[in-house]
Design a protein around this ligand. Sequence first.
Ligand code: MG
Length: 256
Amino acid sequence: MKNYFKSDGKDALRATLSQPTLIGFDFDGTLAPIVNTPDVAVTPTPIARRLTALARLCPVAIISGRSIKDVRGRLGFMPKFVVGNHGAEGLPGHYDSIEDKCMDALRERIFSHAAEMAVLGICIEDKGLSFSLHYRGSRTELPALRFIEALLAPFRNDLAIFGGKYVVNVATAGAPDKFAALQALLEESGMAGAVFIGDDVTDETVFAGAPSTWLTIRVGGKVPDSRAMYFVDSQSQVVNLIQDMLDLLTAYGHRG
Ligand SMILES: [Mg+2]
């Protein structure tokens, strides 16, 4: 894992963008700064302005853990693709009609414990194809996490459960993850390669699966066990990264 701005990051970006490329972004913590209330997260104007320009030069995809309906209004620009629920929602021709009895049973169990979760500072986000249980607002992190673990224990073998920053996510088992989503979009768009930028555990599916012809960048400093090729120190540097993409693509004169 190399520092994008302090090594050969821009050269690697140049090489990747010399072929027809799809550019994918996670949303929270990547395009939008992490905020205490997930409800107020939006793309800052300097990033949104550059993404508007970028989307004219190549296909851009947003692959978020949020539902499509939720994330779309926060973007501030119109990407070619928006995929929600960690990859499970919105892929062309697939998966939107996944029905899972397990998710229904889980929904019932979660909402029957809503009052206790509120006391522990756990916030429930029902996204249809997945749940996010946020404990960022909790003053008692460990009890909150233990409560969530006990709540999900009966479903451990039947649903996909994965962590994130102050969140436990639960999704339909077998649903496409972010890597599967990006692969499908690559095929759909007919592009040869991909650049993907993300900041969290679910983005690691892309980092781990990416062939050497892709470029992957993790936001938030060096993480020893990350599989991303490069990192940038903070979300505030993403604007410079997108500017690099614009400069290179303008020079190449690509059209998406
Ligand atoms: Mg994120």
